[in-house]
Design a protein around this ligand. Structure first.
Ligand code: PLP
Length: 393
């Protein structure tokens, strides 16, 4: 088999302990075969259609459009089973795990959306599942913890450091190192060592592929802009990549948090510099000594100090523009979409929506903008209530 590309420009690679090198090679081979297998693709498209509910609609948001004065479409990933785009990747990777004969699934989770998606897929396939989650996240996303447990997954609390997503990833990697032959690790974003960023992009590209078809049908042309929030970068890379060779402009919106200094944000490209974390060379939030900073975002799913290596490459090459949006503006957009369209967005997706206020005035009057609505906001109700009161003071 032809070797799959492990670098995007100078970013990516496999910065892992030697014990993981062989399992990664095995994974790379299995993925390369699966991606070419007609049977695998058929199983996956059946699951995406009948179980996850794809294709998701591309919705013309009329009242939001008149608010911003530009034509705005929303790619409704919030309508997927389990409430976000995470299920696209979870189903793809669990099919791969089954194909590889693995019996035990592990994952990490931040907002709990990836954990829930994996717990769901594991229940569906009758596999044992363990999810690592920081205790801070367990508290702010308690409903998702309850969902995972109901689905038969063991949720392991991680207390180290920040007790959020970064530590959960580290624990999951440790678990995998202890049993690489029996265990399959489903990473939730396009981060980690090769081949994960490539695999996750492959499974999430269904978002952009559908959008391309749908916008051609509705508008008879491609959009001018694609806007998506960037945590690890999976909903955005899946949205962007199928348009890579077109002239459509890509805008990745990072979590600006409270702003001011890097550790008050989770905006790895806007506030960070290149380094190595969790097996890949990419932009990260680090001190001058190379220690990873604690991060902050109101959106648990964006609260990660690095970003997928392909985004670092898009940034370096100028193919995409990366901006950041504050907690406060994200909360405003959260309320705006709810009242204007009757859609409660995830706080993560609200970052992409918030950027429309800055983008729309800079564009041509007839500009066509597609926003990836990565998930629904039911999980964020408690946070919105308590934080909105504080931030509005
Ligand atoms: C996990 C999550 C994100 C952030 O992850 P990406 O890998 O950047 O897509 C964004 N939105 C929602 C709803 C999520 O659950």
């Amino acid at each position: 088999m032809k070797k799959l590309k492990s670098y995007y420009g100078s970013f990516g690679g496999q910065f892992v302990p030697e014990t993981l090198y062989k399992p990664l090679k095995e994974l790379e081979r299995a993925f390369g075969d699966a991606a070419k297998s007609a049977a695998f693709k058929k199983d996956l498209s059946r699951l995406l259609a009948d179980y996850a509910g794809r294709p998701t609609p591309l919705y013309y948001a009329e009242r939001l459009s008149s608010f911003h004065g530009r034509r705005i479409y929303l790619k409704r990933e919030d309508l997927n089973h389990t409430g976000s785009h995470k299920i696209n990747n979870a189903l793809g990777q669990i099919l791969l795990a089954r194909r590889m004969g693995k019996k035990r699934i592990i994952a990490e989770t931040g907002a709990g959306q990836h954990g829930v998606a994996v717990a769901t897929a594991a229940a569906l396939f009758g596999m044992k599942c363990v999810v690592y989650m920081g205790t801070v996240d367990m508290e702010r996303q308690a409903v998702n913890v309850a969902r995972m447990k109901l689905l038969g997954t063991e949720v392991v609390p991680v207390v180290n450091g920040d007790a959020t997503l970064k530590e959960a990833v580290s624990e999951a990697i440790r678990d995998w190192i202890s049993d690489p032959s029996g265990t399959y690790y489903i990473i939730g974003s396009c981060v980690g060592p090769h081949p994960y960023p490539l695999m996750v992009r492959f499974f999430q590209s269904v978002i952009g592929d559908e959008t391309k078809r749908q916008i051609r049908q509705k508008e008879n042309r491609l959009p001018d802009y694609l806007v998506a929030c960037v945590g690890g970068g999976s909903n955005s890379i899946g949205f962007f990549h199928p348009f890579y060779k077109s002239s459509v402009k890509f805008i990745g919106v990072e979590a600006g948090g409270m702003g001011g200094s890097p550790e008050n944000t989770a905006a790895s490209i806007c506030y960070g510099s290149p380094g190595v974390l969790h097996g890949a060379y990419s932009y990260l939030l680090q001190s001058r000594e190379g220690q990873i900073l604690e991060t902050h975002s109101v959106a648990a799913g964006l609260d990660y100090p690095s970003v997928g290596p392909e985004h670092s490459f898009y940034h370096q090459s100028g193919r995409a523009e990366y901006v950041s949006v504050s907690d406060r503006d994200a909360l405003k957009a959260f309320e705006r979409l709810s009242t204007l369209e009757g859609i409660i967005p995830a706080l993560e997706s609200s970052h992409a929506l918030a950027y429309l206020s800055r983008l729309a005035p800079k564009t041509k009057k007839n500009a066509l903008i597609c926003v990836c609505l990565s998930g629904r906001g039911d999980k964020d109700m408690a946070i919105e209530g308590s934080l909105a009161r504080g931030l509005k003071k």
